[in-house]
Design a protein around this ligand. Sequence first.
Ligand code: OAD
Length: 229
Amino acid sequence: MVKVSNFNKVVFFTGAGMSAECGVPTYRGQGGLWGQYRHEDYACQEAFDRDPEAVWEFHERRRAQAAGCQPHRGHFLIAEWEREMPGVQVVTQNIDGMHQRAGVTRIHELHGSLWRLRCDPCGIVEENHEVPLGHLRHACGGFWRPDIVWFGDCLRRDVLGDARHAIRTCELLVIVGTSGVVYPAAQLAVEARAFGALVVEINPEATHLTASCDVSLRGSASEILPQLA
Ligand code: OAD
C-alpha cells in the first residue's frame, strides 16, 4: 500500500467527491447540482449580468449548505499531514472552504472560493463568511459577485501557475473525488505522471483520470485516505 509518509513532496488534488460525505452535493452523478440546475442560469457571467439576484440566491444556498456541514476525518488527516510534512500541499477544485476549516493552509483553490466576494469594477476582493449575506452590493453600488470561476471564466493565472508547479514537482499525487472532466484542472492531474509522480486515485467509481493513474483505490474519501497513513 502507498504511504504518504514515504514521500517528501505530496499533492492532494481534490474535487467535489472530497466533500460529498460532509453533505455538500457533487456536481455530476446522482444528486449532482448540474442535474437539478442549468449552469447556464446560475453559474456563468451572462446569467449574473442578466439576473444577479437569482444567481446570488443559488450561491447563498451553496454557502448556507457548506456552512452547515463539517469536514470529515479525511479532511483532518490531510491537514495533519500538511502540518507535519512541509512538502504537502492541496490543489482543490472545491469552493466550499472545507479543507481550510480542517486546518489546511497550503492550498491552491483553482475555482476560487464561495467565501470571498469580488467587485470587478473596483478590483476589490473581500473575505466574507456571513450567512445569509447582509448586502449584495459593494459600497460603489455595483453587485458583489462570488470570487469563483464560473463556466466560461478563466482561472486565475497565478493560482493555476502555482498549482501546476506543485503538481509538476511532486513525488506523489493523490487525486480524491473528481470526475476529471473539467479543464484545465483535469489536465494538471494528467500531467503529474509525465513529470514523474506516482499517481493514486481515490474514488468509488472509475473516472476520466483513471487511465492516467498508477493506482486506483475504489471507495470513499473518508474510508480510503486513512489507509495511506
Ligand atoms: P463532479 O461532481 O464532476 O465529480 C465528483 C466525483 O466525486 C465523481 O467522480 C464521484 O464518483 C466522486 N465521489 C462521490 N462521492 C465520493 C466520496 N465519498 N469519496 C470520493 N469520491 C467521491 O465534481 P468535480 O470533479 O469536482 O466547477 O467537478 C469539477 C468542477 O465541475 C467543479 O469544480 C465545478 C463543476 O462545474 C466549477 O463550478 C467551475
